[in-house]
Design a protein around this ligand. Sequence first.
Ligand code: GDP
Ligand code: GDP
Length: 455
Amino acid sequence: EEDAALLAHELGDYDDEAPLRLDPVLAIVGRPNVGKSTLVNRILGRREAVVEDTPGVTRDRVMYSATWNGTNFTLVDTGGWEHDARGIHARVADQAEAAVDLADAVLLVVDATVGATATDEAIVRMLRRKKKPVILIANKVDDIQNEADAAALWSLGFGEPMPVSALHGRGTADMLDRAVELMPEFSEHGGLERSGGPRRVALIGRPNVGKSSLLNKLAGTERVVVDPLAGTTRDPVDEMIELGGRVWRFVDTAGIRRRQHMAQGADFYASLRTQSALEKAEVAVVLLAVDEVLSEQDVRILNLAIESGRALVLAFNKWDLLDDERRRYLEREIEQDLAHVEWAPRVNISAKTGWHKDRLVPALDRALESWDKRIPTGKLNAFLGELVAAHPHPLRGGKQPRILFGTQASSRPPRFVLFTTGFLDPGYRRFITRRLRETFGFEGTPIEVSMRVRE
Ligand code: GDP
Ligand code: GDP
C-alpha cells in the first residue's frame, strides 16, 4: 500500500481541482513543397505516420502530440492538405491563418533553395497581422554550402533564418530548442478555468449530421452569453448555453456556425475544428445521422474522439427520418461498427424537432462522472486480488507474470498502472479492462490500463 502511494506520487498524481490546462500549440506553416510534412515527421520521430500526398487518401489529423526535451506540445501540421492550384496564394494563406489562430508560436517554413515566393509573402503578411512569435525556418539546407541561401531569407523580416534540413535532421534540435523557449508553459488559447466553471462540450461529426441544428435547438432563446475572450481574433469561439438548470460551455461553436464545409479545403478546416474542439473539451458529443449509412468518415471522427481521452456521448440524430427498414440496418451497424464504443451512452435525438434533446444532459453527466472518477487504491487492489485469484494469467513458458499491485495514476480519463513481474498478454489486459468496467462502471469514458514491469 505504501509502495503504491509512493509510486502514484512518482507518476504525478492528478489534482482534481487543478485547472484544465492545454499543452502549448506550435503551428507549422508554409507554401506547398517547402518540406512541412517532412519536418513534422522529423519532429514526431515518425511515431505517427503522416500520410504522403496521395490523391484520394483522406487525412484525419491536423494536430499531433509532440515532445521535446521533456516539454509536451501540440503540433499543427498544415502540410499535405491542398492539391488544387487555383487561387493558391490566398488559400494557402487562409489555411495557415486558421492554424495560426490556434497557435502559441509558429514555424514559418521556406524553401531556401528556391527563396521567397509570392505565396511565402502572402503568408508573411498574414503572420505580421497576427503578432505571434514566429521562427523563420530556411529548409532544405542539407549541408554547409547551402547556408548562404538561408541568409537571403533575412529579407522576410522575421529575423535570422534558422538553417534546417528536415530531410536529414540538420538544425532541427536548435529549432526545437528555440520553439520550446518561445512557447508559454500552457496554451493561451484553450482557456484555463478551474474545475468549478462550466463543463466544456464539443459537438463533433461529419458535415451535415446536424451539428449546427442541434446547437441552435439547444441555444434556442436560452443562450446566455457569447464569450468573445476565448476566441480567435476573428470570432468568438465558445458559447455558454444553459441546459438542465446549469450553464455548459460549448467549445468552438464559431466553426460549426460558419458553415465552411461547402468551401474549398473543407476537409482541412473540418479536421482542424474537430481536433481543436476535442483538445479544449472535457466531453465530446459525436453526432451520427441515422438516415444515412454510417460512413468511414463517421468512424474516423469517432476514433479521434476516443483517442483524445475525452468523455464521450453518442447522439443518433435525425431520428424523425428513421423508417422500419433503416432501423433494422442501423441496429446491425451499431453492433458491427460501434462495438468498440459500447461503453458510450447513446441518445436518440432529432435536432430538427428538438425531440429528446433533454436526454443529452443526463448522458453528459454520466459520462463526465465516469471521466472524473477515482478508484481508491485499496479498493482497486482488492478487486485485482480477487480477479487474479479466480482467473490467473495463463502460464507462458512455465512462468506466470504476476500483478504485484495497481494504482489509478490519474483521472480525466481514468488511467491505471499495474505493476507486474512480466508482460501481460494483450488478451489478459483486455480482460482486466473489461472487468474494471463491469465492476466500477465507467460509462462514457475511455480508460487506459498500462503496465510497469519490475524484474
Ligand atoms: P510540404 O508540401 O510542405 O508538406 O512538403 P513535403 O514535406 O511534402 O516535402 C516536399 C518535397 O521536398 C519532398 O520531396 C521532400 O522529400 C523534399 N524535402 C523536404 N525537406 C527537405 C530537405 O530538408 N532537404 C531536401 N533536399 N529535400 C527536402
Ligand atoms: P452540420 O453540417 O453538422 O452543422 O449539419 P446541419 O445542422 O447544417 O444540418 C444539415 C442538414 O440536416 C440541414 O438541412 C438540417 O435541416 C438537417 N437536419 C439536421 N438535424 C435534423 C434532424 O434531426 N432531422 C431532420 N429531418 N433533418 C435534420
